[in-house]
Design a binder for this molecule. Structure first.
Ligand code: HEC
Ligand code: HEC
Length: 307
């Protein structure tokens, strides 16, 4: 904040407080001057409701003074007057400006002192053991709590996913289900790129969609599916989804034969995927969470599909 605005705020704030003080004293004095205490003022409402000229009860008046004193004391101790930091030097701090000595960084340091040894201890254990062994129940519970904080909004509280957000509890993986692959998904994020194929035209899209539906055993028009297969082979689909359409985990290209659908398996949804493309984004969590929390999350996610 520039010095000008700091002074501006200080002047406005102090002037307001002094203004309130003056207002209280002024109204008291004015009433006393103009008409005798106890007289009616001449204001009448609802026919017979008259206003008397009596001073405020003393205790009420004191409440006004106390709030003014409170404001002055508060502004002396805590930040509030422009860039004056207050005599306590207190600051809330937050994730954007966690200056040392702030309440936020203090609480974070306290939490780190308590939990870091636990994270460190679990970080030394292999993911497969954390996911399965009974003695690591607590590690999985911590992983679940992390999941409910950082992942649930996209993957669902049961990790079951929804349209565009993969189910993490089945054995069907876009990018791979080994501990290393899951850890890489969480650490670095993933970006699925299914290019738009609107240039193929409606007829070919209709045919290739029919072929895709036939792959998971649905009853479809055989002639249309055969024509669609030709397009599938020639239009570049096999470059990502593979000759047999079983997908490619290096590219995050889904298996199209298993009747599990990321974007919906209806004819309309499949056509839309092919025509307009899709771009699923899993954000990277390396900087947000650090390696040790990602390790626990990996174990929790891995455990979900190991039944
Ligand atoms: C550049 C690689 C690439 C090419 C080429 C490609 N795909 Fe895809 N496809 C993907 C990826 C990656 C996804 C997953 C997108 C995501 O995760 O957001 C996908 C998703 C899909 C889906 C949705 C699957 C689901 O579970 O909902 C269908 C259907 C599909 N592709 C069909 C095709 C067809 C048909 C072609 C050829 C016309 C094709 N793709 C060409 C990479 C590709
Ligand atoms: C902003 C939404 C979002 C958040 C938050 C999010 N994810 Fe994801 N995640 C996605 C999407 C979308 C994909 C699929 C990317 C694609 O289409 O290829 C994905 C993919 C994944 C995959 C790969 C799945 C597979 O089939 O290979 C894993 C594992 C995963 N997420 C775990 C997590 C964990 C653990 C967290 C919490 C730390 C998390 N995600 C937070 C959206 C999110």
């Amino acid at each position: 904040m520039s010095p000008f605005w700091s002074v501006w705020i200080i002047v406005l704030t102090v002037a307001n407080i002094l203004g309130c003080l003056w207002l209280i004293r002024w109204t008291m004095r004015k009433r006393a001057d103009e008409s005798a205490q106890g007289d009616v003022t001449g204001h009448t409402w609802d026919g017979d409701l008259q206003e008397y000229n009596n001073p405020l009860p003393r205790w009420w008046l004191w409440l006004f003074y106390i709030t003014l004193v409170f404001a002055a004391v508060y502004l002396a101790l805590y930040p509030g007057l422009g860039s004056f930091k207050g005599f306590f030097g207190w600051s809330s701090g937050n994730t954007l400006s966690a200056d040392s000595g702030s309440q936020y960084s203090g609480e974070m340091a306290k939490a780190a002192e308590k939990y870091d040894p636990i994270y460190k201890q679990f970080a030394a254990v292999a993911v497969a053991d954390l996911a399965a062994k009974p003695e690591y129940q607590e590690a999985r519970a911590m992983g679940k709590r992390l999941f409910l904080t950082y992942c649930m909004q996209c993957h669902g509280s049961d990790a079951g996913g929804s349209r565009g957000f993969p189910n993490l509890t089945d054995a069907d993986w876009l990018w791979g289900g080994t501990p290393e692959q899951i850890q890489a998904s969480i650490t670095n994020g993933r970006m699925g790129v299914m290019p738009a194929h609107a240039h193929l035209g409606d007829e070919k899209i209709d045919q290739v969609a029919t072929y895709v539906m036939s792959l998971s055993g649905r009853n479809v028009d055989a002639a249309k599916a055969t024509a669609g297969k030709e397009t599938f082979m020639s239009a570049g689909c096999i470059g990502c989804h593979g000759l047999d359409a079983h997908g490619n985990q290096a590219l995050g290209a889904p298996n199209l034969t298993d009747n599990t659908w990321l974007y919906g398996g209806s004819e309309g949804a499949i056509k839309q995927t092919i025509a307009n493309g899709r771009n699923g984004v899993m954000p990277p969590h390396k900087d947000l969470l650090g390696d040790e929390k990602v390790h626990l999350l990996t174990a929790y996610v891995y455990s979900l599909s190991q039944k």
